[in-house]
Ligand binder design. Sequence first.
Ligand SMILES: Nc1ncnc2c1ncn2[C@@H]1O[C@H](COP(=O)(O)OP(=O)(O)O)[C@@H](O)[C@H]1O
Ligand SMILES: [Mg+2]
Length: 330
Amino acid sequence: MLVRGCPHLPLRAYICPVLHATELRKAYDRVLALDGLSLHIAKGESYALLGPNGAGKSTAIHTLSGLLMPDSGEVRIDGQVLRRKAAAADNRAIKMKLGVVPQEIALYEDLSARQNLHFWGSLYGLGGQQLRNRSAHLLERTGLADRADEPIEHFSGGMKRRVNIATAVLHEPQLLFLDEPTVGIDPQSRHHIHELIRELHAEGMSILYTTHYMEEAEKLCQRIGILDRGQLVAEGSLAELRRHVDQRGSIRVETRGLDGQALQALLSAFGERLSHDGNTLRLVPETVHQDIAELVRHCGDLGVELERLDIQEADLEAVFLELTGRALRD
Ligand SMILES: Nc1ncnc2c1ncn2[C@@H]1O[C@H](COP(=O)(O)OP(=O)(O)O)[C@@H](O)[C@H]1O
Ligand SMILES: [Mg+2]
């Protein structure tokens, strides 16, 4: 795990990185959108860049995929450096290794899903039977085969997003960037997208997925980087990130017979670490075992019956709060 200032990478991300970005800086007028972002993704790895709105996720995707040049810093894709436009002759070879699903859907509304795939595929130099087969295969995989020949203007946002993902993987890139692909779409499409990403990853594609939903980062990706104000403030597997704030998990107790007097006594015993919601108490522990024993003893003394006690693990929300002092969600 990395916490600001002490980089630690899994060995694989050193030995065979598909993406190796160092010290990226990008400012728009007075906003510093990327503030020294370094990111390393191993071949075959799935990585979530998790951060609230405005953290710099889209700017990161744009600079890492060569759509936008950083003010400083370097991006290497599969060992090759992405260069400024002036010297961009060999950027095309690099871009063939990348697939990008941007935050804003980029498709032709009056064309069908299949026609969109054929058009975008031709931009990658695909054609003929190969392009037709690959398009049909992806329409099948995204669950759109039966609607493939309708103009997409009648599609839901989620269906368009699935077409957009299909266009990004037509040329079988090594590394797929997805920028918040499930924001504002229906549950069925979200399910399709999650399944597709899992499958592509299982087939060996490296994935960089940005999101502000911690559940997606947890479910879909092997490693998670937490981005805040253009900086990576922590990085690691879910377990590693959780360990960082293990102390901040909470003890939750459902009680019976919790009256005002007992509650006051408990609040004065535990101070601000104890909160309550109706008959449920929540204690942020200092030492879990000792605090459970203390809480049970106090409740016993006060005649408060315990119905249920559990320990809730810290989630990424707690990690983010701990590291930045702010909530992940808006
Ligand atoms: N084209 C732009 N011009 C000016 N400011 C921008 C532009 N794009 C992004 N920003 C600012 O840069 C910061 C990072 O934005 P962005 O990369 O879009 O974050 P995210 O994708 O995490 O929401 C924000 O403060 C945003 O307002
Ligand atoms: Mg964005």
